[in-house]
Design a protein around this ligand. Structure first.
Ligand code: AKG
Ligand code: FE2
Length: 409
């Protein structure tokens, strides 16, 4: 008797069809197989009928003591981010977050917005009529089309005067990488490093390592060949890997319902290794691969190694009446100001998911790195750091997320 089931799944959508749905929401109606919640290996068939491992799910393989370690160490490290790209979902102009901002150039999951200077300019330009705005555009040598209406003229004037955010951003979600990151050139030159947020939360990061190391052990046991390949690569830069693992980085998400995306930035031949820590009661939040109609219910103590280069997302999380009654008996585990409007986090229940992986470009980092970038630091910044994201995003932002990181601590 095998200790696990095997499921082989076929495409419901062609590659082109599914790609066109990037950044969109999927709900439970897209699940075509019984939801995976016991030991199961899932294989997907490609267009040639060749089988590839999609995921290995294992139930109840993380001891409660390590779940407690993970919760105590990492519950507060899912910092808010506006750099999660398609996974953050379509820009919701009426959300608490965007409702109080003025958006420009909104496309699918990305948007620009007016900065304080832009808002000021907007106020001063709004009383002008079209002919006055046209005259102003001419003053600033702004090329304008004859059919531009009032708001477009105002935005053109604001843009010319630096009143629009430099970077496009995504919905704000609680999702943040800890561990190591490769160099980046986003406003500031950043070296290969332990991320700033990890350095400023260094004790927490360290205290939680037994939890991450256990996830690595599960990966090794379940998919030894892939683990070994990833370990060999990670070991080429031992100063940039999480000790005793094949991982460089862990993305921590809090109540983050992802829209359909593929992870990027991680080792092409590697796997995403996920677990969840729950508090309170909720339903849904299944991790679904909509192209194949298969979903898993990843819960406390469970583990999945999955091919994060396949399209995936989460179904909505919700409370039944019973869940609600139970959750009402709980204290709040977090002290977040609802006015900030980070998606999902103001519920009484909590689902923290951890994605452990190796960043592909770490292998290109130098062998010698200024030790200041690899260890505990105070709150003062050694260097300005832009938002980092588990995915490559069309854009990442700079100082603003850094500032909010400082103020949320
Ligand atoms: O929380 C989950 O189930 C999935 C998270 C995910 O896909 C991600 O962070 O990229
Ligand atoms: Fe993902």
């Amino acid at each position: 008797m095998p200790r696990q089931k095997t499921l082989v799944v076929e495409k419901i959508y062609s590659d082109d069809e599914i790609k066109s749905k990037e950044g969109q929401w999927f709900d439970e109606s897209h699940i075509k197989y019984p939801i995976v919640n016991s030991n199961t290996d899932v294989y997907r068939l490609d267009d040639k009928g060749i089988k590839h491992l999609l995921l290995k799910f294992r139930k109840n393989v993380i001891p409660d003591s390590l779940i407690k370690t993970g919760w105590d160490s990492y519950k507060d490290l899912a910092k808010a981010s506006r750099g999660r790209g398609a996974s953050a979902g379509p820009i919701d102009v009426n959300s608490q977050y965007w409702g109080k901002r003025k958006l420009v150039d909104t496309k699918k999951w990305s948007t620009g917005y007016l900065n304080p200077k832009g808002l000021e300019l907007h106020d001063s330009l709004s009383p002008l009529d079209e002919s006055e705005l046209c005259a102003k555009c001419d003053e600033f040598n702004i090329k304008r089309k004859d059919d531009m209406h009032k708001e477009q003229l105002i935005i053109a004037l604001i843009k010319k005067q630096g009143g629009i955010s430099k970077m496009k951003v995504n919905n704000q979600v609680a999702s943040n990488p800890i561990g190591f990151y490769e160099s980046g050139k986003n406003f500031a030159d950043l070296p290969c490093r332990l991320t700033h947020f990890t350095r400023t939360n260094f004790e927490k990061y360290n205290n939680g390592l037994p939890f991450i190391q256990h996830i690595d052990k599960l990966f090794k046991k379940l998919i030894p060949e892939a683990h070994n390949k990833q370990l060999v690569r990670a070991d080429t830069k031992p100063h940039l890997k999480i000790p005793k693992t094949a991982f460089s980085t862990v993305t921590i998400n809090r109540n983050f319902r992802t829209a359909m995306h593929r992870d990027a930035g991680d080792f092409r031949d590697g796997f995403g290794n996920l677990t969840v820590i729950e508090r309170g009661k909720y339903h849904g939040g299944y991790t679904i691969f909509p192209q194949y109609g298969v979903a898993i219910d990843l819960r406390n103590n469970d583990f999945v190694a999955m091919d994060v280069h396949q399209w995936h997302c989460n179904t909505p999380m919700y409370e039944t009446e019973e869940d609600k009654a139970f959750n009402e008996t709980l204290d709040y585990a977090f002290k977040d100001n609802p006015e900030v409007g980070t998606a999902g986090i103001y519920e009484k229940y909590t689902r923290i998911s951890f994605v452990c992986y190796l960043r592909e470009k770490i292998a290109n980092c130098p062998d010698v790195i200024d030790p200041r970038f690899l260890t505990k630091s105070g709150h003062g910044k050694i260097i300005k750091e832009p938002a980092e994201s588990a995915e490559s995003t069309e854009s990442t932002e700079s100082t603003e997320s850094t500032e909010s990181a400082e103020s949320s601590e």
